[in-house]
Design a protein around this ligand. Sequence first.
Ligand SMILES: Nc1nc2c(ncn2[C@@H]2O[C@H](COP(=O)(O)OP(=O)(O)OP(=O)(O)O)[C@@H](O)[C@H]2O)c(=O)[nH]1
Length: 494
Amino acid sequence: MVLAELGGSISRALTRMSSATVVDENVFRECLNEIARALMQADVRFKMVCDLQANIKKSVNLEALATGTNKRRIIETAVGKELCKMLDPGKPAFVPKKGKPNVVMFVGLQGSGKTTTCTKYAHYHQRKGFKPSLVCADTFRAGAFDQLKQNATKAKIPFYGSYMESDPVKIAVEGLEKFRQEKSDLIIIDTSGRHMQEAALFEEMRQVAEATKPDLVIFVMDGSIGQAAFDQAQAFKQSAAVGAVIITKLDGHAKGGGALSAVAATKSPVIFIGTGEHIDEFDVFNVEPFVGRLLGRGDLPGLLDKMESIVPADQQSELVAKLAEGAFTLRLMYEQFQNLLKMGPMGQIFSMLPGFSSELMPKGQEKQSKEKIKRYMTIMDSMTAAELDSKNPKLMTESRILRVARGSGRQVKDVTDMLEEYKRLAKMWSKLNVSKLIPPNGKMSDQAIQKMLKALPPQVVQQMGGKSAFEALVKQMGGGKDMSKMLAAMKGGA
Ligand SMILES: Nc1nc2c(ncn2[C@@H]2O[C@H](COP(=O)(O)OP(=O)(O)OP(=O)(O)O)[C@@H](O)[C@H]2O)c(=O)[nH]1
């Protein structure tokens, strides 16, 4: 996503400024201009960029900058504060409460991703224990009901709609009645979209809202619409009581600056972002971690949460214990590969690490690595339990390699490549001596960090932003618990 590039540009502007010998008005102005250029390239509205620049100028005391030791930090804080202010309208969105008949209505232009997002929103709340339901009040687009029906069936969410009825208000009211009786506590109404903002669309939206009295109206906006975002969001706000925004398609070429514009235009917070077509490609949006990522500060709590969801807490210590025994088996490697695949795009993971940017993962490399991991896993699927659990690398004789190659439909070379990778990882883990490296509850010592640095392949350290970025990361991760969580989820990537 292009937002990562925005983060990279802002970080570079700050680094250039902080490395200047004297920070005078010119250097400061140049830094702000560079940040402004980056924001405009990301489709943030011109007026918003000007306001941001003016506010930062006002809040930074140049004299303090001249004498201050941490110039970067002072400006970074000011930039961060202003970006947060842009994204935080100051009032939180309505949050559905379990057990109450919450009604949420979705509005947006045709093709913005409204129908897909309704299901993602329902699915997200279903996993949180809600009893959601979906009503298709889109009678404008032929096929809208089929799409919602298909999505809802896949996600096992009750739905309501009609092929015959052409009055969206009637369908919305009937759906509402039905699901209220069925005690659904989150009734989601999908409304029609149009190709353009036009009177008929807004009138229909107004009528549906009047008849259903939603607790929350969510405006869904395609993240790639660019500079038109502000006007579009404002037009919707003027016709419906928009209370929250969801930005979709932030996985593609979306520059993302529209998110800032939509907040400004609707005075409503962004609550989720869509990052793909799949039902799970839907993330809660929080302002501070998002801005932190833009400034290259990372999102450690987000990263740790993500890791915890991949390797449950009770399995982390088990994994570290196995590593501490020096028992790095093929099965362990297989499990790590599974974790890696579950982690999602590496670029996204990188952007959560302080000082890193998803730009670090070259385009194309990610796909290749994923394919390689999947290939290795297919090969391991043809191995016996004894082979997977063996601690003896010599067990894999020529005849066994031949058998595995035949069984998995791969070349002998693919099997030997996989075994080489295994040996490399096993060697790395034995060098790391996990039990000494991470005391059960204590922090890693400087000595242990240096040891870890030596054991990791140089290209991994480089990918992680270099030696000092790695040291800072490990220190920031603090105690052994967080480190083991990180190791448990990431060790396969080495
Ligand atoms: N890549 C990507 N595609 C998305 C995302 N959200 C939705 N889409 C895709 O965008 C297209 C349009 O989505 P819909 O949900 O049909 O759009 P809509 O706004 O409901 O359209 P109408 O019902 O015609 O108003 C579909 O192909 C979706 O799969 C997203 O976050 N990322």
